[in-house]
Structures are given as structure tokens and as C-alpha cells.
Design a protein around this ligand. Structure first.
Ligand code: NAG
Ligand code: NAG
Ligand code: NAG
Ligand code: NAG
Ligand code: NAG
Length: 436
């Protein structure tokens, strides 16, 4: 009997594995293949007005620990007037202008900054404040487009990790996000919320001399995460392996999509992945309290499931059961924060979504959120195996793997942020931190 059972299981696994673990292979197209979404656009709020020259421009330095054959950097974002900008190689802002075209047109300006080879450091300077900025690094040349948006303002269309037909899909690229304003100073993060691509770490040096570092993923992390996802498909029969994106010739893993990004193109995928778990959570907290530590003025808030919703003391509304997609994205269904939601609601959403994402609601001590340390995250099934693997391969365990990764007990920090007033230099280390 046992032999037969093993054989049957092996057959099932081999039936599931090839299809569910098959990665996506890119097939870049032209302008007509662009997908335009919130994740790969910067929308200008006006046309160029005179830019303010900052007294203390921000130095960016890029260390190439990756090698590569044709490394380049780009800077994109909005200036202080909300106008779309890119950094030109002469050190000034370039303002993309589609001249009213409602079809995206390729940006041909000299905005690709060549980087030195393996072991070399290249510097450039941002001339002014930058909002919603990204520094892109690629081995090759990315294609950026500009298009006239509905309100007539220039819009920037960037490479998309979600689109295997994107014109830049076959290039190995990644970015860090940053905002630098006069009021707030600099805030930069490595985010793996939507995908992981070319790996990068960051070091911020402030004028005060303070140095902050986020090391990011290690050199071979993309292949390791892809292999981990394929192995997970073999274990639970879910589509994790599909989230790995391979080069056009099928040989090299280029990037890994987070499940929320994967679902944006495959809305019905993994629909019931969390259904049983959510039922169990609802059953448990029908009979006992779930305590949310808001970690702000509201202190501890007590929640209970009554009829179909989880309701919390002092909260302006309850929480229906989340779907898998709600849990992956943390911004839909019960996790959408709406105008008029009170502070308690806004504090509970991130903490509740983090608890589902990390699958800590049924473990011992999970009735107080957040309270458990990171070694209890992702230990039960189902869970966000993408987040689990991203954290596993982060050199220092830091870097957002989902949008509320900054929900932590007070003593811990899983976020990959550097921030401070009066920045002096932001250094990116491409290809993983070396031990030196
Ligand atoms: C920019 O506008 C487009 C519509 O033209 C929209 O699809 C996209 O989500 C907007 N991007 C952002 C970042 O809001
Ligand atoms: C780039 O060059 C092409 C061909 O000369 C031109 O049609 C297009 O408008 C240019 N793009 C921009 C943004 O100016
Ligand atoms: C970044 O912000 C600081 C203020 O905190 C300012 O001194 C500096 O000039 C800014 N840098 C850029 C490039 O905007
Ligand atoms: C990362 O920083 C950018 C730019 O400041 C910000 O828009 C984005 O929300 C941040 N991401 C996370 C996950 O905090
Ligand atoms: C909230 O509850 C936890 C666990 O019972 C406790 O450790 C913590 O001190 C409480 N916080 C506040 C502000 O009461």
C-alpha cells in the first residue's frame, strides 16, 4: 500500500511540476507591446517651469560589483513643480516632451549614463530635488517612452517587470526609489514589493557623517529565489515557479515577479490559495480576541469576528474576509484604506495584512499583532513564499518584500530604507555587497 501511495504521489508531482514550475520566457516587442500602469509611469502634473538650482546637490555613486558588458544608469522622477524629468549626461534635467502625441514615443535624449566595469565606481550628481524618483541600473540600454496623458501633460513610460513583451524585457535591470525634498531630506529604499531584478544595495552618507546601509540581495539571489519558487510549486502545487522570468533564449533568470504583480496579469491565479486559512482565522477569532498593537496613540485594540466581519474597538468599519489577491497586494478588499477611515483603521490595515502575508495569525502568540519575531514569519502553509525567499537571500534580512514589511515588533526592522536630512552621497552597490 505504502509503495503504491508513494508512486501515486510521485505521479501527481511530476504532472504538476512542469507546468506550474515553468518560468515565463520574455519575448520583447515594440511600442505596441507596452503595458502602461501605475507601476511603470511617472505622470507630470505640469509642463516645465524654471527649475530651482539646489545649493547642495546630491551625489550618486555606483559601485559595479556585477561586471556586465554594457552597464548604464538612468534617473527618473518629478522635479519640485511636478514635471517629469530624467537626468541628462550633461548633469541637467531633461524634460521629456511628447509634443502632444497620444502614442508613446521613444526618448532619444542622452539620458543613459555609462558605468565603469567590474570593481569600478562611477559618480554623477542630481542637480535638484527629486520626487518619486528612481535610479535604474541595467546591463544594456533600457528604452523609455513619453506620451501625452489625458490632461495634456507629459508622461513617462518606463520598463515594466510585469510585461514579458516590454521592449526592455530581455535586459537585466533593477532600480532603487528615492525622494529628496527640502522639508523631508532624503528617503531611499530598495523595494522588492513588485519584483526583484538586478540586485543592489545602498549606503547613504549624511553631512553629519552618519552612514546608513542596506545590503539588499546577494549576488546569485535571482537564481536562488527562482529555484526556491520552483521547489515550492513541487511541494504545494501552486504557481510559484511561473513568477520567475527568464531571458529570451531561456538560459538566464532575469527577474522574479512578486505574487501581486503576477496576479495583475493572471487575475484568477491562486484564487483559493488562502481560502482555508482565512476560514480558520475567522473561526479562531470568533471565539477569542485578536489584539492589534497599533504602536501609536490608540495603544492596543481588541478585535473579534462577529457574523462575517472582523470588527475592532474604535474602528470606523469592519473587515470582510480577504481574498488571496487582497493579501498579496495589501491594498484591496478589506485592506483598501478609504477617505474617512479613522486612525485606528489606518493602523490596523497594515498590521492585519502583514499577519496574513506572514501567516502568523494561528501560531502561538499570533493573537497579538505585531509581536512575534521574524523567525516565526512564513512558517505555516499557505504563506507568501516569494517574501520568505526574498528575505532568506537578503544579505542583512532587510528590504521590503511586500508593501507593509515595515510592520514589526518595536525591536525589529525588516524594511530596506535609508533616510535623513542633508544627504551628502547615496551609493548604490550593484551585484551584491562585496565583503570588503
Ligand atoms: C499615469 O496615468 C496613466 C493613465 O494615462 C495611469 O494608467 C497610471 O496609473 C498613472 N500613473 C501613476 C503613477 O499614477
Ligand atoms: C526620437 O527620434 C525619433 C526619430 O527621429 C522621433 O520621431 C521622436 O519624436 C524622438 N523622440 C522624442 C521624445 O523626441
Ligand atoms: C536633498 O535635500 C536636502 C535637504 O534635506 C538638500 O540640502 C539637498 O540639496 C537635496 N538634494 C537634492 C539633490 O535635491
Ligand atoms: C519607496 O520609496 C518611494 C519613493 O520615496 C516611495 O514612493 C515608495 O512608497 C517606497 N516604497 C515602500 C515600499 O516604502
Ligand atoms: C499591548 O499588549 C501586549 C501584549 O499583551 C503588551 O505586551 C503591551 O504592553 C500592550 N501595549 C499597551 C500599549 O498596552
Amino acid at each position: 500500500m505504502r509503495g503504491l501511495f508513494t508512486l501515486a504521489m510521485a505521479t501527481v508531482v511530476s504532472l504538476i511540476t512542469p507546468s506550474l514550475a515553468a518560468p515565463i520566457v520574455v519575448n520583447p516587442g515594440g511600442t505596441g507591446s507596452l503595458q502602461i500602469s501605475e507601476l511603470n509611469t511617472v505622470n507630470g502634473t505640469s509642463f516645465p517651469i524654471n527649475a530651482v538650482k539646489a545649493d547642495n546637490p546630491l551625489r550618486i555613486s555606483v559601485v559595479n560589483n556585477f561586471g556586465g558588458t554594457s552597464m548604464h544608469a538612468w534617473v527618473t522622477g518629478q522635479d519640485t513643480n511636478g514635471v517629469v524629468v530624467m537626468l541628462s549626461t550633461d548633469g541637467t534635467w531633461y524634460y521629456p516632451n511628447p509634443l502632444g502625441s497620444t502614442t508613446p514615443i521613444i526618448i532619444n535624449a542622452t539620458v543613459a549614463h555609462p558605468l565603469g566595469g567590474l570593481g569600478e565606481t562611477t559618480e554623477f550628481t542630481l542637480p535638484d530635488f527629486l520626487i518619486s524618483g528612481r535610479i535604474w541600473i541595467a546591463d544594456g540600454e533600457l528604452t523609455f517612452f513619453t506620451v501625452s496623458s489625458a490632461d495634456g501633460n507629459p508622461q513617462l513610460v518606463e520598463p515594466s517587470a510585469a510585461n514579458p513583451r516590454d521592449p526592455s524585457a530581455n535586459i537585466n535591470w533593477g532600480f532603487v526609489e528615492l525622494t529628496n525634498t527640502s522639508e523631508g531630506g532624503i528617503y531611499a529604499n530598495i523595494s522588492f514589493v513588485d519584483f526583484v531584478g538586478l540586485v543592489m544595495g545602498m549606503t547613504l552618507t549624511l553631512n553629519s557623517g552618519e552612514v546608513q546601509k542596506v545590503q539588499g540581495l546577494g549576488a546569485g539571489a535571482i537564481a536562488d529565489i527562482c529555484n526556491g519558487l520552483k521547489a515550492q510549486s513541487a511541494i504545494d502545487g501552486a504557481e510559484w515557479g511561473h513568477m520567475c522570468v527568464m531571458s529570451e533564449d531561456g538560459t538566464t533568470p532575469l527577474r522574479v515577479m512578486a505574487p501581486n504583480l503576477y496576479l495583475s496579469n493572471n487575475p484568477t491565479a491562486m484564487y483559493d490559495y488562502y481560502t482555508d486559512y482565512t476560514e480558520q482565522v475567522w473561526a479562531k477569532y470568533t471565539n477569542e480576541d485578536l489584539t492589534i498593537q497599533t504602536q501609536v496613540g490608540a495603544g492596543n485594540v481588541t478585535c473579534r469576528v462577529s457574523s462575517t466581519e472582523l470588527t475592532c474597538d474604535g474602528d470606523n468599519r469592519g473587515y470582510p474576509k480577504p481574498t488571496t489577491a487582497d493579501i498579496w497586494g495589501c491594498n484591496s478588499g478589506p485592506f483598501a484604506i478609504l477617505e474617512g477611515d479613522n486612525d485606528i483603521h489606518s493602523a490596523i490595515v497594515p498590521r492585519l495584512c502583514a499577519a496574513f502575508t506572514r501567516t502568523t495569525l494561528l501560531v502561538d502568540g499570533g493573537d497579538v499583532q505585531p509581536s512575534l519575531s521574524s523567525d516565526s514569519y512564513y512558517q505555516q502553509s499557505p504563506t507568501n513564499h516569494y517574501s520568505r525567499l526574498v528575505h532568506e537571500y537578503e544579505t542583512d534580512g532587510r528590504g521590503y518584500a511586500f508593501s507593509y514589511d515595515d510592520v514589526n515588533p518595536s525591536s525589529e526592522n525588516e524594511a530596506g530604507v535609508v533616510a535623513g536630512a542633508n544627504p551628502q552621497v547615496l551609493q548604490l552597490t550593484v551585484g551584491g555587497f562585496s565583503s570588503s
